[in-house]
Design a protein around this ligand. Sequence first.
Ligand SMILES: Cc1cc2nc3c(=O)[nH]c(=O)nc-3n(C[C@H](O)[C@H](O)[C@H](O)COP(=O)(O)OP(=O)(O)OC[C@H]3O[C@@H](n4cnc5c(N)ncnc54)[C@H](O)[C@@H]3O)c2cc1C
Length: 308
Amino acid sequence: MPYDRAREWLGAEPAHNYWQWTERALDRMEELAADALRRTGSLRLAADAEERDELRSEFEALQEDGFPVEWLEPQELRPPVRDRFAAALLHAGDGALHPARFTWQLAVPAAEAGVEIREHSRIAAAEELEADQVVVATDGYPSGLLGRLEGSIIPTRGQMVATEPLSERLFDLPHYGRHGYDYWQQAADGSVLAGGFRDADLPSEFTAEEATTPTIQSALEGFLERLLGRAPRITHRWAGIFGIVPDLMPVVGRVPGSERVWVAGGYSGHGNVLGLACGELVAAAILGREAPLLELFDPLRLDLDHAV
Ligand SMILES: Cc1cc2nc3c(=O)[nH]c(=O)nc-3n(C[C@H](O)[C@H](O)[C@H](O)COP(=O)(O)OP(=O)(O)OC[C@H]3O[C@@H](n4cnc5c(N)ncnc54)[C@H](O)[C@@H]3O)c2cc1C
């Protein structure tokens, strides 16, 4: 959620603590990720005057509270985005993550420390597992393991394309615009990875089916053609699932009604850093250590039975 809204919704101090915690998590990610993370910075782009006003209000709130952020006017942007957008926020500390490589960076030392990793093995019920404590970390994928919380993290599909490598380096950092409906970056080999455009067919994208669709794919291709001034060859297409929570807050803690099942998920499309941070938070909670932000993410807020 934008920082100015977070201050309104959560209160000034919790919002400040939440933001600081995610910034520390990004530093922590850098320690763990080696070459899977490049601290390039990131650009948030305003598509029109209305989004410019929203970014301006977030910029002022971030500045007031001492978070590093820069304001860029359209003419300060590099081609091909120069003058196409109404303004931008530069978050210089942000980065571009290679998630598969990061997963390996975590998996190898975990396996060396004795963790058993099983792939392609679906757990149908927590009772199948002998462990004293179980953490369900399936984000938007419906696991069937969340009891009364099942369904409160809404499966949402994100689709992507990757182009052939371009000879020019056009984008030095990830770009994110139109409230997150458009996002793209240029990989080290020169290919452009673009995603989003869920709003070209919103109802079809509330699904857990990992499949691309012609409508969204052609919206992505059309966007790249307009941005680059030509239609590059598309070499890869894929879709993934993330979990949206209506109040945009992660869901971390004990699953209501269970003594040994915990949940960490519901990152509303931002689970790379939040997933790492919430994984460490749920581990601290299980070990009985101090986990200060846990109450913000309490699963009980989503538990309709409890609310009644
Ligand atoms: C196209 C796209 C772009 C994105 N861009 C960004 C971005 O720029 N920045 C960002 O921060 N986030 C982004 N996200 C969101 C991010 O990918 C997720 O938030 C993140 O992957 C969550 O990590 P996780 O480990 O919690 O869960 P996941 O990576 O979703 O992994 C959950 C796993 O649980 C498995 N599973 C489900 N049920 C069971 C079961 N019963 N038994 C066993 N296994 C089960 C699933 O198969 C899956 O492999 C994007 C997502 C998509 C789809």
